[in-house]
Design a protein around this ligand. Structure first.
Ligand SMILES: C[S@@+](CC[C@H](N)C(=O)[O-])C[C@H]1O[C@@H](n2cnc3c(N)ncnc32)[C@H](O)[C@@H]1O
Length: 276
């Protein structure tokens, strides 16, 4: 693994988040058009939620989930058995491990390229995995998540925005510390064209679970906020830490488990391109 994130330890958050974001991915898959892929690589599949969506959207295709974390691939296999979709899995470390994979008609990679030091090089390697006429889709960027109205009755308004600032600093530090880290102008369609791919374009998909929130997305908001409460801890002010603690307290009337005004709102951007 090329960085310090313990991916297996956050399997629950990854799975819950991917389930909440699934409607946006379904819309993105509908953008892919003809011909339907016969072989698909889900690069950095994590627990396999999107792999399952790929298998459902393209029932004649052979889907392979590829990831550097064996525990997550095991989870993807269990999910596939439980939900009844066929799935192959391959353990590979990026970027070098990508060279070992068989090319496919569709290469999908969601929120993975930014974990590789040289993102342009990673795109070159992903582009090399596409069969002629095939497609690449990467998920990068979008909008940060929002979950309560501006003034939600605890602490100073603006907590999500203050968390964005800390998360952005952490993200910058994470990228700077990756092996072979290179700054690049993150114009994703231009970066895709630089690999020789054509028809590069971006489209953003809204994810909206309105209030009152159903149990599934409510658990997702809890998983995200618990992770951020712990992960951003030392950079949060004492007041913001206390606010998060109250929000996460199951016995708190204004906590996220009980509030009728909790929602989940965010957006994901998908960058598409095709190999001539
Ligand atoms: C943010 S998760 C995305 C999971 C999934 N694609 C999704 O969108 O829900 C990133 C995934 O990439 C994998 N990953 C990150 N860096 C990697 C590397 N250098 N080599 C192999 N896998 C890596 C992690 O194990 C994790 O499953």
């Amino acid at each position: 693994m090329t960085e310090d994130i313990d991916w297996a330890a956050i399997a629950d958050v990854l799975e819950s988040q991917a389930e909440a974001y699934a409607p946006a991915i379904t819309q993105a898959l509908a953008e892919l058009g003809e011909p339907a892929p016969r072989t698909i690589l889900d690069i950095g599949s994590g627990p396999g939620v999107v792999s399952g969506q790929l298998a459902t959207a393209f029932p004649d295709a052979e889907v392979t989930a590829v990831d550097g974390t064996p525990e997550l691939l095991e989870r993807a296999e269990n999910r596939a058995k439980r939900q009844g979709f066929p799935l192959r899995t391959t353990v590979a470390q990026f970027p070098d491990g990508l060279a070992e994979l068989e090319p496919a008609d569709l290469v999908w990679s969601g929120q993975v390229v930014h974990h590789v030091g040289d993102q342009q090089d990673a795109l070159h390697r992903l582009a090399a995995l596409i069969n002629p006429g095939g497609a690449l889709a990467i998920v990068e960027g979008g909008l940060p998540i929002r979950w309560l109205p501006r003034d939600f009755g605890i602490g100073a308004p603006g907590l999500p925005e203050r968390m964005d600032v800390i998360r952005t600093e952490r993200f910058n530090a994470m990228r700077a510390e990756l092996p072979g880290s290179r700054a690049v102008l993150e114009d994703w369609p231009a970066m895709l064209r630089a690999t020789g791919l054509i028809e590069a374009r971006s489209k953003t998909f809204l994810i909206e679970h309105p209030a009152p929130l159903a149990d599934g997305p409510r658990r997702t908001v809890r998983a995200i906020l618990e992770r951020e409460r712990n992960g951003l801890d030392e950079d949060l002010t004492a007041e913001d830490r206390a606010t998060l603690d109250r929000l996460l307290d199951p016995d708190e009337e204004l906590g996220i488990d009980r509030r009728p005004d909790l929602f989940l709102l965010t957006a994901k951007t998908v960058h598409f391109a095709r190999r001539p």
